[in-house]
Design a binder for this molecule. Structure first.
Ligand code: GAL
Length: 733
C-alpha cells in the first residue's frame, strides 16, 4: 500500500531559518515595495533519514508547486527540475538514498526568466518566489497507479456509465501483470459498483455500466463519487482514489447548459495571492477562498486567472458546486519556440492534474489576452482535445476578430468606460457578440473580464465612486443576463491584488476587487451577492456610509439599495416612511434589480439639505408584504469598539492558518469606513502572526493570517490607542 507522508516541516531556508511549507521566500509589505526583491535564487534544504520500511519501494518527493525553475538534488546529485511555477512535480529518490542521513536540496529562482511562461513581457500580477505549496514523500510499490482519468459518458441517462483509464507508473520498467479492482463509492463510502480488469500494458481501461440511483453533480447539489482502485501486481499492491461527479457541461450558441439545463454564469476572476505572504497559504486559506466566492459572493463560476491554482481550491469548488474556468500561465506575451513548447506542456500538466474535477467546465488554452498565433494555438487546442475530449476549450482575448480555434469565444470586453476616451459610442455595457468575433455566425460565447482597470476603486474611496463601481458591475451583469447568446460573465475581479509597478495605483496594488486583499467586501461585492435568491439569504445593502456630506453637494441620493427583496421602505428622522420597488426599468434582466431612491422621490424636507440636522434612518426590506430585513443607520457614529473576528477558533496544529479580521465599530456595531488609526497585533501561544505587528486600519478594517506552530491555545491581542485592547483566543489541535 502507498503512504503519503507530510514532508512540509523542517526545511532549512537559505542555510539558516527552519521553515515549514508552504513558504514564501520573501514576505512583502502591504504596498509600496520593490517587487524585484524576490526576483532571485533561494535555497531550501531538508535532512531526513531513510526508513527501513522503504526497502524495495518506489520513493518520490511530490511538490505541489514551487515558483519557479525548481532544481532538486539529493546528496549533491541533481535529480529533478521543473520550470513551471504552477504545477506539481516529482523527484524520484529510489535507488539514490543512502543509509543514515540524506540531504534533499531545492533551489528556486524567483527571477522572471523570459524562457518560462508567464515571463518575458509585462505581467499584471506577482509571481512570489518560494516552495509555496505543500510537499509529500510518497512511498509505493515499484508498480503503482500513476494517474487516472474518469469519464461519465452518459451522465444524464437513467442508468449511467463510468469509464476510466488508469495509467500505471513503472519507473523500473518491470514486466507487469496482475489485476486492478475498481470500485465506485458514494460520498459516505458505500460501494455502488465494482469491477476488475487484467493488466496487459501500462494502462488499464475499466468500465462500469448500468449504474442506477446515481445523483448528478450540480451547483446546488454537488454530489461526488470516488473511484477507488486496488492494484495488485507481482511487485506488490497499491491503492489510489479519484474523486469525480456525474454531470454534463456545454457552452452552446444559446448559452451554457449544466446537465442540459440553461444556467447563466455569474463569476469573478481570482488571483491566488494574499497580503504579505504572496501565494504561500495552504489548504484552509485555499478552501476558504472558494467558500467566499460561492457562499459569500453567491457566484456560480470562478476563473483561475491566470494559471492553475491549488488543488485544495479546486477540491473545494467540487464540494461546493462552484464552476471553474482554468487556464495556463501567461499574460499577453508569447515567447519564442522553446517558450511555446513549455506553454504546450503547461496544457498537458494542467489537464492531466485536473481532469477529474467536475467543477472545471472549460480549459483556457491561450495566453491571456495574447494576439492570435495560428500554429501555437492550434497545438494547444489539439492537445487539450486529445487529453480531454469531454471539455470545451476557450482562450481569453481582448482583441476582436480573433481566429476562432477554440470551442468557446471567451472575451474580455472592456467596452464600458471606453466612452471616457472619446469616440462616438455612448456608454455600452457589452458589445454584441458578432461585432466582437467578426464571424458570420453565432458561436458559444462568454465574457471573461470587465471592470478592473476601467474603474479601479479602493474600499476607502468616496461613496459616490463606490456607487459607480457597483453600477458598472450591475450594468454588465444585466447585459449578460439579457443576451441569450452570452453564456455568462466573469468580472475583474474578486480580490484586490499586489502587482508590478507597471500596473495598479503606483502602490503595487490593483484595487480592482469587489473585495480588498483581506477579502473584506466593498459595496460592489453586493452587486453579486444581491443576485442570490432570498431563500438562500435575504440581502439588503444600501450603497451608503450614511452621512450628510460624504457625497458631492451632500446627502445620499441617488441611493442604490442592493437587495433581493421586492420592496424597500426608508424611514428618515420623523418623516413618514416611504416604500420603493426595484428599478426593473434600468435593470430589466437582472435576477434582482436594485432599488434606486432618487432626488425626485423625496422632498427637500424629507431628507433635508446641507445645513439641516442629519438624522437616523431605518431601511426595511419586504418580501410578499412582510418585513424580512432591517438596516439601521445612525446619524452620529463615534468610534466605540474594536472587533477581532477570526474565521474560526479551531485550527489544525501543523502550520494551519486562519484569517483574523480587525474592525473599528461605532456604537451601533457598524464599521467606521474612514477609521484609519493604527493597531498593534500580538499573537502568543501555539501560532505565529503572518505580516507586521503594527498596521493601520484601512476603510475601518484590516486583517491578517496566523499560522499554527503546534498544539495548544493561541491568544490574539489587538490594541488601539483609542479603542483599547481586544483579546480573542483560538485553539490549535
Ligand atoms: C486585463 C487582464 C487582467 C487584468 C485586468 C485589469 O487586461 O487580463 O489580468 O490586468 O485587465 O482590468
Amino acid at each position: 500500500m502507498r503512504s503519503l507522508i507530510d514532508f512540509n516541516s523542517g526545511w532549512l531556508f537559505e542555510g539558516k531559518d527552519e521553515v515549514r511549507l508552504p513558504h514564501n521566500a520573501l514576505d512583502l509589505p502591504f504596498n509600496y515595495f520593490d517587487e524585484t526583491a524576490y526576483q532571485r535564487v533561494f535555497s531550501y534544504e531538508k535532512r531526513f533519514t531513510v526508513d527501513p520500511a522503504w526497502n524495495g519501494k518506489e520513493i518520490a518527493i511530490v511538490f505541489d508547486g514551487a515558483m519557479a525553475n525548481a532544481k532538486v538534488s539529493l546528496n549533491g546529485e541533481a535529480i529533478a527540475a521543473h520550470k513551471d511555477g504552477y504545477t506539481p512535480f516529482e523527484a524520484r529518490l529510489t535507488g539514490k538514498l543512502k543509509d543514515g542521513e540524506n540531504v534533499l536540496a531545492v533551489t528556486i529562482d524567483g527571477s522572471e526568466n523570459p524562457e518560462i511562461p508567464p515571463f518575458g513581457g509585462q505581467i499584471d500580477y506577482l509571481t512570489y518566489a518560494g516552495i509555496y505549496r505543500e510537499a509529500w514523500l510518497r512511498v509505493t510499490a515499484p508498480v503503482y497507479v500513476g494517474n487516472g482519468k474518469v469519464e461519465t459518458p452518459d451522465a444524464l441517462a437513467d442508468r449511467k456509465t463510468v469509464r476510466a483509464r488508469i495509467d500505471l507508473a513503472n519507473p523500473q520498467d518491470l514486466p507487469i501483470s496482475g489485476t486492478v479492482v475498481a470500485t465506485i463509492k458514494d460520498a459516505a463510502g458505500k460501494t455502488i459498483a465494482t469491477t476488475d480488469a487484467l493488466i496487459e500494458g501500462d494502462s488499464v481501461d475499466v468500465a462500469l455500466n448500468g449504474l442506477a440511483g446515481i445523483s448528478l453533480w450540480d451547483i446546488d447539489s454537488p454530489t461526488l463519487y470516488t473511484l477507488a482502485l486496488n492494484l495488485e501486481t507481482p511487485h506488490g499492491r497499491d491503492q489510489a482514489q479519484f474523486r469525480f461527479g456525474f454531470r454534463t457541461a456545454e457552452f452552446t450558441t444559446d448559452g451554457f447548459k449544466l446537465n442540459g439545463r440553461a444556467l447563466k454564469l455569474r463569476g469573478l476572476n481570482r488571483h491566488q495571492s494574499f497580503p504579505y505572504v504572496g501565494y504561500a497559504l495552504g489548504r484552509s486559506a485555499q478552501e476558504r477562498d472558494a467558500e467566499i466566492l460561492k457562499r459569500e459572493l453567491k457566484l456560480n463560476m470562478v476563473r483561475t486567472s491566470h494559471y492553475p491554482q491549488s488543488h485544495y481550491f479546486l477540491d473545494r469548488c467540487d464540494e461546493l458546486g462552484l464552476l471553474v474556468f482554468e487556464e495556463i500561465p501567461g499574460w499577453q506575451h508569447i515567447g519564442g519556440e522553446a517558450w511555446k513548447d513549455e506553454s504546450v506542456e503547461n496544457i498537458r500538466r494542467m489537464i492531466t492534474r485536473d481532469w477529474n474535477h467536475p467543477s472545471i467546465v472549460i480549459w483556457g488554452v491561450r495566453i491571456n489576452e495574447s494576439q492570435d498565433d495560428h500554429d501555437f494555438y492550434q497545438r494547444t487546442n489539439t492537445l487539450a482535445h486529445e487529453l480531454d475530449s469531454t471539455r470545451q476549450t476557450g482562450g481569453v482575448r481582448y482583441i476582436t476578430d480573433s481566429e476562432m480555434l477554440e470551442d468557446v469565444y471567451t472575451m474580455n470586453d472592456f467596452i464600458l468606460g471606453q466612452e471616457e476616451w472619446g469616440g462616438n459610442r455612448p456608454r455600452t455595457p457589452l458589445r454584441p457578440q458578432q461585432e466582437v468575433t467578426g464571424l458570420d455566425r453565432v458561436v458559444p460565447y462568454m465574457i471573461t473580464e470587465y471592470g478592473g482597470h476601467m474603474y479601479p476603486t479602493k474600499s476607502w474611496d468616496q461613496e459616490q465612486r463606490q456607487a459607480e463601481h457597483v453600477l458598472r458591475h450591475l450594468e454588465v451583469m444585466n447585459a449578460a443576463y439579457g443576451d441569450p447568446q452570452i453564456a455568462g460573465c466573469i468580472g475583474w475581479c474578486a480580490f484586490d491584488y499586489n502587482t508590478h509597478k507597471d500596473f495598479g495605483s503606483g502602490d503595487r496594488i490593483c484595487h480592482h476587487g469587489v473585495m480588498d486583499m483581506f477579502r473584506e467586501p466593498k459595496f460592489a461585492a453586493y452587486a453579486y451577492i444581491s443576485q442570490c435568491e432570498p431563500e438562500d439569504e435575504v440581502i439588503l445593502k444600501p450603497v451608503t456610509f450614511w452621512a450628510r456630506g460624504e457625497r458631492n453637494i451632500g446627502g445620499v441620493l441617488p441611493l442604490m439599495i442592493l437587495t433581493n427583496c421586492d420592496e424597500v421602505e426608508l424611514a428618515y428622522g420623523n418623516n413618514a416612511p416611504k416604500r420603493f420597488t426595484p428599478d426593473r426599468e434600468a435593470f430589466p434582466h437582472l435576477p434582482h434589480a436594485p432599488v434606486v431612491i432618487k432626488r425626485e422621490h423625496l422632498t427637500d424636507e424629507e431628507l433635508g439639505l446641507w445645513g439641516m440636522s442629519w438624522e437616523d434612518a431605518t431601511i426595511t426590506g419586504y418580501l410578499d408584504g412582510k418585513p424580512v430585513k432591517t438596516v439601521n443607520f445612525i446619524a452620529d457614529p463615534i468610534a466605540h469598539e474594536l472587533e477581532v473576528a477570526p474565521d474560526t477558533t479551531e485550527i489544525g496544529a501543523e502550520g494551519d492558518t486562519v484569517r483574523v479580521m480587525i474592525r473599528a465599530l461605532d456604537q451601533s456595531g457598524k464599521k467606521l469606513p474612514f477609521f484609519a488609526e493604527p493597531v498593534s497585533i500580538e499573537v502568543s501561544g501555539a501560532a505565529e502572526r503572518l505580516g507586521p505587528g503594527l498596521v493601520p486600519l484601512r476603510a475601518g478594517s484590516t486583517g491578517f493570517w496566523l499560522k499554527s506552530t503546534g498544539k495548544g491555545p493561541i491568544t490574539v491581542t489587538v490594541t488601539s490607542e483609542r479603542l483599547g485592547r481586544a483579546v480573542t483566543t483560538l485553539t490549535a489541535s
